[in-house]
Design a protein around this ligand. Structure first.
Ligand code: DC
Length: 234
């Protein structure tokens, strides 16, 4: 069909709900591109810190955010813009270990409240929408960035399960933090991400809600594929 835009599946939800693992698994399985928008916010935050930009300048100066996005874009592999199977997120190529720390997550959550930052990152996020389709994970993928998505998922899990998962991820990277501390940090970040005025984390009437507390990556992916199959049959 001429003019049809590549399909998007959005997977929104709180930190450590399994969005990244499910998105990556499913994108490999069905051959879609993958946008890890949280990593984009984390990398943007690291750019702010490494360039020593003050938060008040960032909040007031629209051009400064655009300039930082250009710096970030220059570091992202151009492969995401061509029509080929990118099996993992193109931005993970520039994602360093630093970007995955809880501190980087907390700083990303802080700058993500600023309209200047969210606006400046919009076009870059949308540029990932290329054939054969995109799986986009984040907080506002279905509400703001891709409101016309084919399928919108809201993925959640209990705070304790999410803290356990994050603990394992960090331990695998040699970072040791207590599960109780992680649970407090995750709840704190959930609060900020879901109560901010702009693009808060929330589920939509038209989203499919999946609770992954007792499900693994393959089981969640199976549910999403099943739903897709049903939609395409209709
Ligand atoms: O998914 P994550 O934990 O890597 O995201 C880090 C932070 O970035 C998160 O706490 C809030 C912000 N973020 C956002 O505001 N909007 C998105 N679409 C993705 C992340």
């Amino acid at each position: 069909m001429e003019g049809a835009r590549p399909p998007v599946i959005t997977i929104d939800g709180p930190s450590a709900s399994g969005k990244g693992a499910v998105s990556e698994f499913l994108s490999r399985k069905i051959g879609f591109n993958y946008l890890d928008s949280g990593l984009l916010y984390r990398l943007f935050g690291l750019e702010v810190l490494s360039q020593g930009i003050s938060l008040s300048v960032l909040a007031d100066d629209w051009d400064e955010s655009k300039r930082l996005v250009n710096c970030l874009e220059a570091r992202i592999d151009g492969r995401k813009k061509v029509n080929q199977n990118v099996s993992s997120s193109a931005i993970s190529i520039v994602g360093s270990v630093d970007a995955r720390t809880e501190q980087a997550g907390a700083f990303a959550s802080k700058i993500a409240k600023m309209p200047t930052v969210r606006e400046a990152l919009l076009d870059l996020q949308r540029s990932f929408r290329v054939n054969p389709g995109l799986i986009a994970d984040g907080r506002d993928m279905g509400t703001v960035v891709f409101p016309d998505a084919l399928l919108k998922i809201f993925l959640t899990a209990s705070p304790s399960r999410r803290a356990e998962r994050r603990h394992k991820q960090l331990k695998d990277k040699g970072i040791d933090v207590s599960v109780a501390k992680l649970e407090r940090e995750l709840e704190d970040r959930d609060y900020h991400d879901s109560t901010r005025g702009l693009s808060p984390l929330k589920f939509l009437e038209d989203s499919m809600i999946i609770d992954s507390t007792d499900l693994d990556v393959e089981q969640v992916s199976f549910l999403i594929e099943k739903k897709l199959g049903e939609m395409l049959e209709d």
